[in-house]
Design a protein around this ligand. Sequence first.
Ligand code: SF4
Ligand code: SF4
Length: 357
Amino acid sequence: MSAQPRMPTESGTPDHFQYLHPVMKRNYGQWAWHERPRPGVLHHVSRTGDEVWTVRAGTQRQMDVYTIRKLCDIADKYADGYVRFTIRSNIEFMVADEAKVKPLIEALTKEGFPIGGTGNSVSMISHTQGWLHCDIPGTDASGVVKSLMDELHQEYVNEDMPNRVKITTSCCQINCGGQGDIAINVQHTKPPKINHDLVANLCERPSVVARCPVAAIRPAMVNGRPSLEVDERKCICCGACYPPCPPMQINDPEHSKIAIWVGGKNSNARSKPSLHKLVAAGIPNNPPRWPEAAAVVKKILAVYKQDAHAWERMGEWVERIGWPRFFELTGLPFTKFHVDNWRGARASLNTSAHVRF
Ligand code: SF4
Ligand code: SF4
């Protein structure tokens, strides 16, 4: 029997075209204009004369199967059976008939899904996987999001902000979080604690050594077994060593904190994309409702709403008034660690990929 060639495993997202609402498929690339008749509803009109209304609702993102079925039933009964999720976990229902919009909104509202997230609102918070899906989180990003969105409900269903506000949450300090007008990130404040009995069996020591951005990890013999040691004067508590070497535990109920960053954006509308900057650190990582982190975010939002000019994104507003004024207005304590534009990072962080012993 001749050897069969090994076929590649196809992975990744399927072609989305097959899932588009027929009106959207038919008018792909043909949209002439759009408007927002009310917060949470988009109305697109095509050059062909076709129209489609999109109703956007907030979800808790990590949903049980009953909630997903409920949303699908609403789509089948009140929409045309089509849904899609935005990158921030809003769910969108598309209808080709304006008369279907009101009953759809009523059905979603009755089941507790808020309608909003469009225009100058605080849209749903994008977040990383948290305790449910990832093996290294220091907090439950989705829990922080749920607690915060419960408190920001009015800002989601109204479009009262100077510009759109994108908030993001990350449950470790190094991986999949994104830039946001406000970012809520885990912040480790102590170097990892090493369980020397496990390192030899579980960790590939050279890759752990290479992983450290400041070359703080060295191989070491401890109690006659190969292990690792950390130079704690160099360690910046980033947590990068914990994923490839779980015995280097860095998560800690007391010393893993929350930090808030401000002024990032991905879009290049009006001004260039920007990196967010640290403005509050050492906030307790306090599940299940994270009240201290929520208080800081709400304070920043209230000041931004009151002080920013129309159409200024959070970062543009801070650039205009200056960081000292930002700290004055928000009442957040300012220390030398808080604002960093990373210009010095090339010199202060070790960017080499070489293994160092
Ligand atoms: S932010 Fe870090 S801990 Fe959270 S899901 Fe991403 S990689 Fe995992
Ligand atoms: S990888 Fe990060 S946490 Fe680990 S030793 Fe290096 S600086 Fe410290």
